[in-house]
Write a protein that binds this ligand. Sequence first.
Ligand code: ARG
Length: 566
Amino acid sequence: MKIKSQLTKIIEQALLDANIEAKNIVISDATKPEFGDYQFNGVMRLAKILKKNPREISNTVIEHIDTTDMIAKVEVAGPGFINIWLNNHWLSQEANSIIDDKRVGVGYVETQKKIVVDYSGPNMAKQMHVGHLRSSIIGDTLATLFEFLGNEVIRQNHIGDWGTQFGMLIAYLEEQNTDGNSQELKDLEQFYKDAKVRFDQSEEFANKAREYVVKIQSGDEHCLRLWQSFINASLGHCEEVYEKLNVNLTRDDVRAESFYNNQLIKVIETLREKNISTTSNGAECVFLDGDETPIIVQKGDGGFLYATTDLSALTFRDKELNADRICYVVDARQAQHFKQVFTIAKQAGMVREDVALEHIGFGTMMDKGGKPFKTRDGGTVKLVDLLNEAVVRAKKTIKDRDIHSQEELDVVAKAIGIGAVKYADLSISRESNYIFSWDKMLSFEGNTSLYMQYAYARIQSILRKHNAEITGNIIIGDEIEHRLTLMLLKFEDTLTKASIDATPHSITAYLYDVVTLFMKFYELNPILKEGIDEETKMSRLQLATLTGEVIKKGLDILGIDVVAKI
Ligand code: ARG
């Protein structure tokens, strides 16, 4: 249900009928219930242009607003705001029309886009860390959201599988005489440390490592095979995390840094041809206006850099993938890098002018003390351990609830534990740093996944208790039902905005509003209590069902499962 665009049309028509010329009408959600459901705040701006009194304009406009169908009432407030109340009958009708709809009233975008989402991007030499956790969770939600709204999504996992460290790693792999599945590779962090110790201790080993770097680069079969088995093992670790996290990334989505290797020299040629880069101290550099230091695209020894690969990837995403929009879900600390790469790519014509290039940055995950998230001994927290701990803690949280068999408990604990980690990450505005707290994320109260999952389970329990067909319609009987119904119908507007701004937290904020209103509704308007007339009971059951469906779909987009009992 696109409510805002329908309201926009009504206001536009009113302005037209009142002979007032206006462009770019914006309808906002009312900030308080006493201001109605929506507000039109554009009169002040019109008044300035037309050099008229804003209240006078507002009064003229409201005379022309159609209040026979969607809108119940309009009022002028303050110096020239127009407050809008929607009609209960209209809301009921709309809600009834989506009760059996699998998409709970959410339509598709008018113009379908091809959207590349670059996310996760772990480095193969090391264990995935919390930064990649955030990228995987946020990126996956955005990809699912874009797709749900009808866009074509191409997931790209830009893994770091190239660089000098791989010489050392495969030399060590060979020396250990182990294959990719071996115990030694189970802990990549440790494997890396051990290899480094060898590298620092033995001149002979160090030389071999250096030799192997060159050999991988020149396509030596033996070294490439070793490298490939190392990457396979490393990717296997990541897939274990994706699986636990419910993240939809497969091998087909991997387009590693190495994929672009033989295109990198073309990047340099293009930059030279267009006079965008110059040679400075032997290195190929781009000097951008306003930047103090140049961006190096090729080192003096011929080696290429992170930026060179990203320029090549941009060319590929434009020319081969034909993307309309490219989203990079990467740590906010890489903002400068993306700004530079986007500028160069557009200047050099590597991407068409109208392709939207967006760095979807996110903040750092902190511990309770406000320090970047680390293990006690200062190492990186292994994600698999973190996710396992989440499930164990979730089990403790619900163990006294005594409604689950052992098997059920496992399924429910997984949904709650993993959901908690994901929701906590998605629900803060993504640019901010975020403080990781088990207690907060596993709470039944507040803006947590458990609060949403619990509300869903509670609704299912009401439906189980009713245990009969639900017929009849939603008939809005009071203020709280009005607000809840309207909130449910705002689902599409919410998703659309979240998709444009790439802000998963606007979906969680919405779900929180839905559940808070539902809890209030349920408190004021009991559903199955003796003595309630049949029509009212059915209406409330329908409203509860629809609420459950919206919660379920919303959590589904966030990649979080619901359960029927908690
Ligand atoms: N591997 C990179 C890192 O860990 C992230 C890759 C992001 N994507 C990209 N196209 N640069 O920082």
